[in-house]
Ligand binder design. Structure first.
Ligand SMILES: [Zn+2]
Length: 135
């Protein structure tokens, strides 16, 4: 269960932060998830709820998704996931539908056709901020 492992590391980070900053309580945690990340949001949210209760973190966890952007290493043009999908053939777009991260394998720069590009945004999981009350 990928979601549970992720939720646990998010909550552990919050616990550590709370201790380091001597916070009395945590009010809100904003977690960002790139859309290329394969995460079931329902499972992730309930995992965050359960684990934070277990670890005595009373704050609210808010999960937001980040859109995906690519940048061509050859000509520098940028495009998003939707445009990337449009350039794929039927089979490829079906694979990408199930495993979004595969778009990195199939996508090409819409301008110059190069397969050499980087993912600017839309990958990974991170904590954007933690709001708490100190002494
Ligand atoms: Zn290009």
């Amino acid at each position: 269960m990928h979601e549970w492992a992720l939720a646990e590391s998010v909550v552990n980070t919050v616990v550590k932060y709370k201790e380091e900053k001597n916070l009395l309580k945590v009010n809100k945690v904003l977690v960002k998830i790139g859309k290329l990340q394969q995460i079931e949001l329902d499972i992730f949210n309930s995992a965050l709820d359960d684990i934070s209760k277990m670890k005595n973190i009373e704050g609210k966890f808010v999960v937001e998704e980040e859109d995906v952007f690519f940048k061509c290493r050859v000509c520098g043009s940028e495009w998003d996931f939707k445009k990337g999908i449009k350039e794929l053939n039927e089979d490829e777009s079906e694979y990408v539908h199930f495993i979004p991260d595969l778009i990195r394998v199939y996508s090409k720069c819409p301008k110059c056709g190069s397969p050499d590009f980087e993912v600017l945004k839309g990958r990974g999981v991170w904590i954007e901020y933690i709001e708490g009350e100190g002494l």
